[in-house]
Write a protein that binds this ligand. Structure first.
Ligand SMILES: Cc1cc2nc3c(=O)[nH]c(=O)nc-3n(C[C@H](O)[C@H](O)[C@H](O)COP(=O)(O)OP(=O)(O)OC[C@H]3O[C@@H](n4cnc5c(N)ncnc54)[C@H](O)[C@@H]3O)c2cc1C
Length: 474
């Protein structure tokens, strides 16, 4: 266990001198929001102080003070994480980058945007569209910061076509635990130039450095898009349709799946029934939501025709075109509400964000459903069928917290073991934080986990940056 120092009144004065009184908080002045992220079940932990930085130089000055005094520092964006990554489990300082929210410039010749890290995903997405460009990563929580997205390598609904956040980061400015400022990457699309520290930083969950600025790749905005809903009578045929859609060379932007249970919850939550629950009197067990983008109506018509052929072979009950802008907005709003809808009608929940090979999705879902029955927890799920990333929630509305946690632990142990047997990964996009460390250790194996931990020690020998996360104990 690392011994850290407390933030004394003298250290507090030094920190206050960097950010000013209005952006420094201590004691009762700290908002309770800083004690948790969106998964409070993983524990609430109070920081001793919070600094809201507005520039790289401020972050650097803060880190120099904390390094000199051995104060633990937890970087935080919008706090929408789902693995406890931004929670200060060792106390100390929370360093928020949320106020670093300026889009700095567009480079239209190289199709990149240069931005501070506190910009919200939804703000960059909207601003890029105004420039005729698209920022392809599209994680569900649009109020997350870009810094949080890069630090967790966020995925989202368009990953099946465009890839994940990592694929759009060309360069960054990062402050090391010592306070030194380092630039990584360049505005170029290729590099075989030594170890990629840029890619090491992406997905490192604030354990190796604090990212302050980003250069992100953009693409020309597609002219048009169309979404289609494919209802199925059982989950197995729903998932079995996915390889057919991919093999038909349709290049979908998204292939999302949802079961009947989440369709009903989301309808109750949004007050709008947009996904079908029955077709011609037959109950719908699950749906795929497929989106195509293109530059002409002919191109989209052709894709829709081919999808109809594939769907028929795959025993879809119908193919419903989301054909008006209002319906499209409602359908995607409903899809984006799934987690919030589960939270709204659940007292306690824990989550799996595993990714398994696409051909094992249905089997994995069946396994976790039976497992839920075995341990006495309700299982809810939805996910990115195109890439095998499943969001599975073990829930209760009746059990007391202690009992729930015991059962959830049994559920998680068995589910992660199954995931390993299926050659899957512990997290597809929500990352490890402090909540999923033991499963990463098991899945990565001693050698790889030991190397991760050794890398952490090289970047941060005093272990002050986001201690107790990903690959090291507190
Ligand atoms: C309703 C809902 C839906 C979601 N859907 C998705 C989804 O579809 N796909 C997906 O990938 N995620 C999803 N998430 C999870 C979450 O939104 C992402 O993990 C997001 O990337 C977190 O961003 P944030 O700004 O909130 O970061 P935080 O939660 O504040 O921090 C996350 C991690 O990043 C680190 N960090 C933050 N900023 C910096 C920085 N500047 N430098 C270094 N480290 C930093 C923190 O220390 C922490 O480890 C969802 C969450 C919710 C609540």
């Amino acid at each position: 266990m690392t011994a850290y120092h407390k933030i004394t009144p003298e250290i507090a004065e030094q920190l206050k001198a960097v950010v000013g009184e209005k952006r420094f908080f201590m004691g009762d002045g700290i908002s309770p929001d800083y004690t948790h992220d969106e998964m409070p079940i993983y524990g609430k932990f109070s920081p001793e102080a919070v600094c809201e930085a507005e520039s790289t130089e401020e972050v650097s000055a803060i880190m120099k003070i904390c390094a000199a005094n051995k104060i633990p520092v937890t970087p935080r964006g919008a706090g929408t994480g789902l693995a406890g990554g931004s929670v200060p489990i060792c106390g100390g300082l929370v360093l928020s980058t949320a106020r670093m929210n300026k889009i700095l410039s567009y480079d239209m010749k190289n199709l990149v945007v240069h931005t501070q890290v506190g910009v919200l995903l939804q703000d960059l997405a909207a601003d890029a569209l105004e420039h005729g460009l698209m920022y392809p990563p599209d994680p569900g929580e649009k109020t997350a910061t870009l810094g949080g997205n890069v630090s967790t390598n966020a995925g989202g609904m368009r990953a099946v076509k465009y890839g994940v956040t990592r694929d759009y980061v060309l360069a960054m400015t990062v402050v090391l635990p010592s306070g030194e400022i380092m630039k990584l990457g360049k505005t170029v699309c290729k590099s075989s130039s030594g170890y990629s520290l840029l890619h090491l930083m992406i997905g490192s969950e604030g354990t190796l450095g604090i990212i302050t600025e980003l250069t992100l790749k953009l693409i020309p905005k597609p002219e048009m898009d169309v979404s289609l809903i494919l209802p199925f009578a059982d989950i197995e045929s729903c998932i079995a349709a996915v390889p057919g859609i991919k093999l038909a060379n349709l290049d979908p932007q998204s292939i999302e799946f949802m079961d009947a249970d989440i369709i009903k919850s989301s309808a109750a939550f949004t007050g709008n029934q947009v996904f079908p629950t029955e077709m011609n009197g037959e109950p719908v067990a699950a749906c795929l939501l497929v989106t195509f983008v293109g530059n002409s109506e002919d191109e989209l018509d052709l894709k829709m025709e081919k999808l109809a052929e594939v769907s028929e072979k795959a025993a879809a009950m119908d193919i419903l075109v989301v054909d008006t802008p209002t319906l499209k907005k409602d359908v995607w709003a409903a899809r984006s509400s799934f987690l919030t809808a589960i939270e709204a009608d659940t007292k306690l929940l824990d989550e799996l964000d595993v990714v398994v090979p696409v051909d094992r999705i249905a089997e994995f879902l069946g396994f976790t459903r039976s497992l839920g029955e075995e341990v006495g927890l309700t299982v809810r799920n939805f996910g990115h069928a195109g890439d095998g990333n499943l969001h599975i929630y073990a829930c209760t509305n009746t059990l007391p917290e202690d009992d729930f946690k015991k059962r959830a632990k049994i559920f998680m142990d068995k589910a992660y073991t199954k995931c390993m047997i299926f050659e899957g990964q512990v997290s597809g996009e929500h990352a490890i934080g402090h909540a999923k460390k033991e499963y990463l250790r098991e899945s990565a194996g001693d050698t790889a986990y030991g190397l991760m931990s050794a890398i952490k020690h090289i970047f941060d020998p005093d272990m002050i940056l986001n201690p107790g996360k990903v690959c090291v104990d507190a």
